[in-house]
Design a protein around this ligand. Structure first.
Ligand code: 5RP
Length: 294
């Protein structure tokens, strides 16, 4: 029973201190509810404003991918140095220890496999909102195909995910996929990133491109870049450095990390660029030092 006698009298109301009225640190997201902001703060480091997301969801369309033959062996050693794990629920449940405190970006749509000639039909849901909540997802990712046959279907999936996520305070990551028929140019990325943001994505994943500064400026919510196909480590670090310098708020990188000669050194080097302002040159030296010190 609550005591009604002998309690200390509340008296320190700090009348001289104005209530904190800070805006939220991520662009375009100040209107969000507390729960969604809290999840976003697990994704984007509040100190740097940026994120290192480790993407290992490739199996959902590519099957066993080089470097990801054994998720349970490859991924856990890299987890300490990233902010977010991006994966399917099947990969998480079977291969990732649930004791991790890393934010989860759960892929919630499926698509045609790479075996099909045309892999941009837009797919459907692979996971519903109850499952995302059960998995403790910090955000849900939806692949979209702007300018491809699957455009309308994928935007429908994105809209429905944003609606469900808004209800429960879970952000949605809109992922820009480049259909075979689309040019990977500034015009396309300006179009696609803006459409995803206006459809309601809390943040958008895209590719680095020429005039990236314009793409980032025209997107009203944070952008993160995908790594894309494996390129030499120094080039991948330069791409990450340029993207961050030109307005990206992080990377969502897969093959350039887990297919690296030294995935852990590469993860750490990427984190230096994303969170600590390392230049690409400095980060590459750091990568080589780590790699050669083994
Ligand atoms: C595909 C994805 C993948 O997660 C992502 O592109 C993979 O990362 P990377 O390209 O760096 O291997 O979202 O749409």
């Amino acid at each position: 029973m609550a005591d009604n006698q002998g309690n200390k009298v509340a008296k320190d109301y700090h009348l001289d201190v104005k209530p904190a009225q800070e805006g939220f640190y991520l662009k375009g997201l100040n209107h969000c509810d507390w729960g969604m902001k809290n999840r976003l703060s697990r994704i984007f480091n509040p100190k740097s404003g940026n994120t290192v997301m480790l993407a290992f969801d490739h199996g959902y369309i590519m099957g066993s991918t080089a470097g990801l033959e054994r998720l349970d062996v490859t991924i856990p050693p890299l987890m300490d140095d990233v902010d977010v794990l991006m994966a399917t629920r099947g990969a998480l449940r079977s291969c990732i220890p649930p004791t991790t405190d890393k934010a989860l970006c759960l892929r919630v749509t499926y698509d045609s496999s790479v075996v099909k000639e045309e892999m941009s039909a837009g797919g459907g849901f692979s996971c519903d909102i109850e499952n995302a909540i059960r998995m403790n997802a910090a955000c849900m990712a939806v692949q979209t195909f702007i300018g491809a046959p699957g455009e309308s279907n994928s935007l429908e999936l994105l809209s429905r995910t944003v609606d469900a996520g808004t209800k429960y305070g879970i952000p949605t990551l809109g992922v820009v996929a480049v259909g075979k028929q689309m040019a990977r140019d500034t015009r396309f990325f300006l179009l696609a990133t803006r459409i995803l943001a206006e459809t309601g994505a809390s943040f958008v994943k895209t590719y680095y491109c020429e005039d990236f500064e314009k793409v980032a400026a025209a997107c009203p919510v944070p952008l993160v870049i995908a790594g894309g196909k494996k390129i030499p480590e120094d080039e991948a670090l330069t791409m990450a450095y340029r993207a961050i310098s030109e307005g990206a708020h992080g990377v969502d990188m897969g093959r350039n990390i887990f297919q690296s000669e030294d995935p852990l050194a590469m993860t750490k080097a990427i984190a230096k660029v994303v969170h600590e302002g390392y230049t690409d040159k400095l980060a590459y030296e750091y990568f080589l030092d780590l790699k050669n010190s083994k």
